[in-house]
Design a protein around this ligand. Structure first.
Ligand SMILES: *[C@@H]1O[C@H](CO)[C@@H](O)[C@H](O)[C@H]1NC(C)=O
Ligand SMILES: *[C@@H]1O[C@H](CO)[C@@H](O)[C@H](O)[C@H]1NC(C)=O
Ligand SMILES: *[C@@H]1O[C@H](CO)[C@@H](O)[C@H](O)[C@H]1NC(C)=O
Ligand SMILES: *[C@@H]1O[C@H](CO)[C@@H](O)[C@H](O)[C@H]1NC(C)=O
Ligand SMILES: *[C@@H]1O[C@H](CO)[C@@H](O)[C@H](O)[C@H]1NC(C)=O
Ligand SMILES: *[C@@H]1O[C@H](CO)[C@@H](O)[C@H](O)[C@H]1NC(C)=O
Ligand SMILES: *[C@@H]1O[C@H](CO)[C@@H](O)[C@H](O)[C@H]1NC(C)=O
Ligand SMILES: *[C@@H]1O[C@H](CO)[C@@H](O)[C@H](O)[C@H]1NC(C)=O
Ligand SMILES: CC(=O)N[C@H]1CO[C@H](CO)[C@@H](O)[C@@H]1O
Ligand SMILES: CC(=O)N[C@H]1CO[C@H](CO)[C@@H](O)[C@@H]1O
Length: 692
């Protein structure tokens, strides 16, 4: 779940949430045009990429104010293709249909809707690199570089200096020039292979590891790295190979050089950890701290600041890279206990989902998860969207907007943003799920590849219309669906996972994530009996904090006692049966076979006339319009002897077109499909000869 918005919540106060703007282009009170060029020497070769243009309120740094819940920073985006050192790109209007080639804006679609006034204006160009992945899919994406894949102004971006501009409310042209390149702080540390997942400077107890992932590099066709921040317990000695420690793998967002877990972010905790004592405070004596190794992962990825730590058709085999390449490397390098009972998954929000998903998919590797306020565990509620039932992701049947961020004041719910507002806010940052923002990464992780090579989106990002066929492909990532459908087969998850899943969420979760947890509980209880998964829903708690809102040492003590209980000498050791290799899921081969390029091609079919090759005049014909990706808008046209005959007509995928053969000749059905972020394509049916 959102990496930055939570910070804005505290400050958001009592703002009424802004209503999403009407998407239709309304009147055009002004005619604002922005022309962008490049200072000489800044761009060596033409590049593809995304330009984001920001108009922040007077006196505000555009980069300080990009958030969906903060003040109205108008943001416009446009893709560029082969943008060269001598080229100029023009922003004007707002794209009505195509976000692929047009300008798209937030909170207004069009630049012409910008209210007159003074703004601080700045533009950013994110460069894309085009790669052909091992499954044959070809994408243009931005590869992050030790900066956590921000949605704008990432490493290597071209930027214009921020300038104060008065928008006058009439015809006006602004000229801006890219003059700078965004760098990241120079790394102090032992670096290998460049800035991707950067290695930082180590301290006595904080170590950095980084490996080139063979599996990811093979998929992406370029060098790809994964890294980890490793915090060692007090008394750890590199030379003592007999003392071994359990490991907490703490999942979450990009953690850069700031340390693992809460280590080094919280001085008091760090000092106590380094001493190996739990401070007793004024009333109790100090106690020895649990001896654990704490690890976080660094896996900034082309679509987001982290990969969600599982195997997915759009991001590649990140689950395997972390679990089968990086963890063995960590276990080689540090004195860990190499057994599932001593490998713990934990995390909150995004990390909450990652931690539970890793135990559910890899019971052979990990013992247990302590998952806090996880991203939607069950897509009956994707946040507050009823994904399997609703027709629209943004509006309910009664016309009201589906909320997405809330807080509570005086025990009353205050909505801060809607699903529509957040999705529209993402649009200027990137097309085809490339905004490096929350809803887009969910599309990339939960969904498969579309025929356009990019994530197959579950709904129209502009209108919110849900595509049930695309949603169907999300089911393997719907964690309760996955558990129930593997309940008693060879994975035997009913038995395998019993007693190994701990989930916590507050009933006032700011992102409505309690709803997905409740759906998960309902479905797993229905097959496993009440309490099959240990779920805590604390009344009136919000998003954040440790598992069950425990104080940190209280939490670590709970984890430590789980490890002791489930170790070989504990009260309920994990049996080899529940950690057998057969329990493993989310296999890369299956994931890519089902969701990669070959599957996308196999989903397509040209139109087909159902008839003999030769027919006589007067015959009535049926034709299928072909198979297309969900969301394609189709227009059909009968053709005789290679020329259109009659009028073009709209058809729906899966439907049948009818024709009565009145004239002689070679008859075909042509169907043209179009969709935002897809190439418009015309497919022709088989030919049928109409004889007299
Ligand atoms: C812009 O803000 C500055 C203070 O930051 C103020 O002095 C100035 O009057 C403002 N200008 C306009 C046009 O609003
Ligand atoms: C941006 O580029 C200009 C011109 O080359 C230079 O004077 C300025 O210091 C640069 N600014 C930053 C923040 O690098
Ligand atoms: C570990 O052993 C090496 C020699 O093998 C020695 O140089 C080093 O000081 C030892 N480190 C510790 C922490 O004992
Ligand atoms: C602990 O003692 C310090 C001073 O000795 C005091 O300031 C603090 O309030 C005490 N804390 C509690 C919880 O009693
Ligand atoms: C909450 O209560 C305070 C004090 O009564 C009041 O000032 C504030 O407006 C209330 N907020 C809301 C959202 O009702
Ligand atoms: C397996 O589980 C399903 C429900 O998930 C149930 O319908 C079926 O009867 C079970 N089969 C066996 C053999 O227990
Ligand atoms: C669930 O886990 C908590 C610890 O987080 C424990 O106190 C509680 O007894 C467990 N509930 C069940 C039903 O096992
Ligand atoms: C389990 O107990 C045996 C016998 O006391 C001991 O040798 C062994 O180290 C213990 N194993 C663990 C993991 O504590
Ligand atoms: C009014 C306006 O901005 N119309 C645009 C609609 O989208 C197409 C495709 O990008 C543009 O060419 C139009 O200018
Ligand atoms: C025409 C139009 O919809 N303009 C709106 C653009 O967005 C701002 C908020 O940033 C509104 O105040 C305008 O009304």
């Amino acid at each position: 779940m959102l990496k930055t918005i939570i910070l804005a919540l505290a400050a958001a106060g009592t703002h009424a949430f802004p209503a999403p703007r009407d998407l239709a282009e309304q009147h055009f009170p002004n005619n604002l045009v922005v022309k962008l060029s490049v200072a000489s020497g800044l761009l060596n070769a033409p590049t593809d990429g995304r330009i984001v243009l920001m108009l922040a309120p007077n006196g505000t740094d555009p980069l300080e104010d990009t958030d969906v819940t903060s003040s109205p920073n108008a943001i416009f985006g446009k893709n560029v293709y082969k943008f060269g050192p001598k080229d100029t790109v023009t922003f004007s209007g707002g794209s009505n249909i195509s976000t692929e080639t047009g300008v798209y804006g937030w909170p207004n679609v069009s630049l012409n809707q910008t209210p007159p006034g003074r703004y601080q204006v700045q533009a950013f160009l994110t460069k894309y690199e085009t790669v052909t992945r091992s499954d044959g899919s070809k994408v243009s994406v931005h590869f992050p570089c030790g900066d956590g894949a921000p949605n704008v102004n990432g490493f290597g971006s071209l930027t214009t200096p921020p300038v104060d501009i008065d928008v006058i409310g009439g015809a006006q042209t602004l000229e801006l020039k890219f003059e700078n390149i965004t760098a990241v702080e120079p790394f102090k540390g032992k670096e290998i292979g460049g800035c991707n997942q950067a290695n930082y400077e180590e301290t006595k107890n904080l170590k950095y590891v980084k490996i080139r992932s063979k599996k990811l590099s093979e998929f992406w066709g370029r060098d790809m790295y994964v890294g980890a921040n490793v915090v060692l317990p007090a008394g750890y000695s590199a030379n003592d190979t007999t003392t071994r420690y359990p490991v907490i793998y703490a999942q979450g967002h990009w953690d850069g050089g700031s340390g693992a877990f809460r280590y080094s972010k919280d001085d008091e905790f760090t000092a106590a950890w380094d001493k190996g004592v739990i401070p007793g405070g004024n009333t109790t004596a100090d106690r020895p701290a649990p001896k654990l190794i704490l690890v976080t992962f660094r896996h900034e990825a082309p679509f987001y600041d982290d990969s969600y730590a599982v195997n997915t058709a759009n991001l590649g085999p990140y689950g395997d890279a972390i679990n089968d390449e990086l963890i063995p490397h960590i276990e080689e390098k540090f004195h860990t206990i190499r057994a599932p009972y001593a490998r713990i998954q934990e995390g909150g929000s995004t990390g909450g989902w990652e931690s539970i998903a890793n135990v559910i998919f890899r019971p052979d590797l990990f013992g247990v998860c302590f998952s806090s306020y996880p991203d939607s565990l069950d897509f009956h509620r994707h946040q507050d969207i009823e994904l399997y039932r609703a027709k629209n992701a943004y509006r309910r049947e009664d016309g009201s907007f589906v909320p997405s961020i809330r807080t509570h004041e005086n025990r009353t719910e205050v909505v801060l943003a809607t699903a529509a507002l957040e999705n529209h806010w993402e649009l200027p940052f990137g097309t085809a799920s490339r905004s490096s923002n929350q809803w887009d990464i969910w599309n990339a992780v939960y969904g498969i590849q579309g025929y356009n090579n990019y994530p197959l989106e579950p709904w129209d990002k502009v209108t919110g219309e849900i595509y049930p066929e695309a949603v169907e492909f999300w089911k393997p990532m719907d964690l309760s669906n996955y558990i129930v459908s593997n309940w008693n087969n060879s994975r035997n998850l009913g038995k395998t996972l019993a007693g190994r899943i701990y989930v916590y969420v507050g009933s006032w979760d700011n992102y409505y994530l309690n709803e997905g947890v409740q759906e998960f509980q309902k479905r797993t209880d229905a097959v496993g009996g009440a309490g099959w998964a240990n779920i805590t829903i604390l009344p009136e708690k919000r998003h954040g904090g440790n598992y069950q809102d425990r104080e940190i040492w209280d939490y670590l003590t709970l984890v430590d006692s789980w490890i002791k209980d489930h170790g070989p000498n504990g009260t309920s050791p994990l049996s080899s049966e529940v950690t057998a290799p057969t329990t493993r899921g989310n296999q890369w081969e299956e994931v890519i076979k089902r969701g990669g390029r070959a599957a996308a091609i196999a989903r397509q079919a040209p139109p087909a006339i159902n008839s003999k090759e030769k027919i006589t005049k007067g015959t009535k014909l049926d034709a299928s319009v072909g198979r297309w990706d969900p969301g394609m808008k189709l227009e059909a046209q009968w053709a005789l002897n290679g020329k259109p005959t009659g009028k073009a007509f709209k058809v729906k995928p899966g439907k049948t077109a009818h024709y009565k053969a009145e004239k002689k000749g070679r008859l075909e059905l042509w169907v043209t499909g179009s969709k935002r972020n897809y190439d418009t394509e015309t497919r022709r049916s088989n030919a049928v000869t109409v004889e007299k």
